[in-house]
Design a protein around this ligand. Sequence first.
Ligand SMILES: Nc1ncnc2c1ncn2[C@@H]1O[C@H](COP(=O)(O)OP(=O)(O)O)[C@@H](O)[C@H]1O
Ligand SMILES: [Mg+2]
Length: 269
Amino acid sequence: MSAGSQPDSQGAQSVLQVRDLEVHYGPLTALQATSFDVAAGEIVVLLGANGAGKSSLLKAIMGLEPIAAGTASFDGRDLGRLPSHRRARLGIGYVPEGRGVFPTMSVEENIFVGLRKDGAREKVLSTVFELFPVLSERRRQVAGSMSGGEQQMLALARALAGEPRLLLIDELSLGLAPKIVARLFEKVAQLRDSGISILLVEQFAHAALRVADRSGVFVRGEMTAFGAAAELAALTPAQLTEMYFGTRGSNVANGSEAAANSTTEVQQQ
Ligand SMILES: Nc1ncnc2c1ncn2[C@@H]1O[C@H](COP(=O)(O)OP(=O)(O)O)[C@@H](O)[C@H]1O
Ligand SMILES: [Mg+2]
């Protein structure tokens, strides 16, 4: 399979290709050989219980944890051992778990931390303020005094300041009320519609499946399902929970030939 030129099943070009990727912490394999693609302009949501390896996957793609085996390629370019700031400059944005906003800095200052080009300040502000009007109203407020949902918007805004073409989002819904979460997922769908490809990992956010194009499930570091999001969304919450814990199999079809290497069907753990 040639890097970068492999169209996925929808005929779109892959922005991100992950092949047999592994992350280790000493003797612990946090992520077993994992393969999937994110196509241009799609939202991929990967679900899994606490400790399933979701954050490790995003960190390896972002260059914050070393890749122990396999590859991650962006626009056909193997990311290898590139440091994370170089990956950001290539166009990969990252919203870490727990948001990581700077609490004593203002909203505006937090956004500027994410800037890739200093000259882009005004353009970036107008883009993120259009998407999140509340941040415009609070541009001089210190970030730590805002609600959890507003801080999550700010974390998204800071990542958008780097003008990414691929956005990695770690648990957007963490600690937020369902209504706020639904609104944030709508924003993510808007970002997708504006042409940004999105890889989102989530623990128990079934709502994420409503905006996702394709989705997968991780169980103890292994991808056990990957396919059209509608197929996972059609499961009941109880069935989905069983899948999170690897106690249930299903035949969620594979959405891409690429991922077929490792996960043709949901495998029983
Ligand atoms: N820095 C680390 N050092 C050692 N083990 C880690 C580290 N980070 C994560 N792990 C372990 O790797 C596994 C996967 O963790 P993680 O990727 O954070 O999962 P998730 O994001 O799905 O909750 C867990 O067993 C976790 O304890
Ligand atoms: Mg995590």
